[in-house]
Design a protein around this ligand. Structure first.
Ligand code: ZN
Ligand code: ZN
Length: 261
């Protein structure tokens, strides 16, 4: 399986190498879409995060419940923050590429509002690479059930923007890992998304039951891709719906995580 992924990634890299491309951050020549220096400098990309909610666990004022024993290893698998220990979220994991801060915020903005879907490709493949360890550590019987989906946009937003940026990122993610992409696993029950200015608990209440998962997902592990995770309420509502439809577990994969406010 791993050899197949490596081969597939090489073929994708080869195909991408045939196209002239620039780094999505510094605009320098870069066939892969993001140069090594910019990738390395993404904000918070080397930080230790809670494996459940993706927040930094060593930010001021936040000490992860298990942070002490894993201080020497940022890949420690049992690193839950105190909030997730007290009230575990519906998802099993949240994998984050970087913080929603400069220059990644500008890149995400260009993807969404500049309507440049080509930006999604390097973001999706970087995110897939970030998820390698989690996916590869799943038992083989679960790896064979993996499916990738994206948080759907509200119909009006989709009509205005012309594309769902999260779906474009999910497409690149699925391609990089040779996983199936199913873009209709989630459906919004209501067409209006609650204001992003609401507090986390108000947003969670407003989004409760916001999604349907129309297909049965018995025993499948679902990877939900989103561009930006702020309070986590949208992804929590999505994971709830997927688990209600029988998913074995849900792994959130997000490009940018808003640092704790
Ligand atoms: Zn660059
Ligand atoms: Zn957490």
């Amino acid at each position: 399986m791993r050899a197949l992924h490596t081969l597939s990634r090489r073929l994708v890299a080869l195909a991408d190498a045939c196209l002239p491309a620039t780094c999505i951050v510094c605009a320098g020549d870069e066939p892969a879409g993001i140069c090594a220096a910019c990738e390395n400098d993404l904000p918070g990309s080397h930080a230790r995060r809670c494996i459940r909610c993706g927040l930094l666990v060593d930010a001021p004022g936040e000490r992860g419940a298990n942070a002490e024993r894993s201080a020497s290893n940022r890949h420690e698998a049992s690193l839950d923050c105190s909030a997730c220990v007290a009230a575990p979220p519906a998802c099993a994991r949240t994998i984050v590429l970087a913080d929603y801060a400069a220059p990644l915020d500008r890149v995400v903005h260009a993807l969404k509002f500049g309507r440049d879907a080509s930006i999604a490709r390097p973001l999706g493949s970087l995110l897939a690479h970030r998820a390698d360890e989690t996916i590869d550590s799943l038992p083989a019987r679960l790896q064979s059930t993996l499916v990738v989906t994206a948080v759907p946009l509200a119909t009006r937003r989709l009509a205005a923007r012309g594309f769902n940026q999260s779906l474009e990122i999910a497409r690149a993610f699925a391609r990089a890992r040779s996983l199936p992409l199913e873009h209709r696993l989630l459906a919004r029950r209501r067409d209006s998304a609650p204001s992003s200015t609401l507090h986390a608990h108000e947003r969670r209440a407003a989004l409760h039951g916001a999604f349907d998962a129309p297909q049965r997902l018995d025993g499948r592990v679902v990877i939900v891709v989103d561009d930006v995770m702020t309070t986590g309420a949208t992804l929590e509502a999505a994971a709830d719906a997927l688990l209600r439809a029988g998913a074995a577990s849900v792994i959130n994969c997000v490009v940018a995580r808003t640092p704790d406010r």
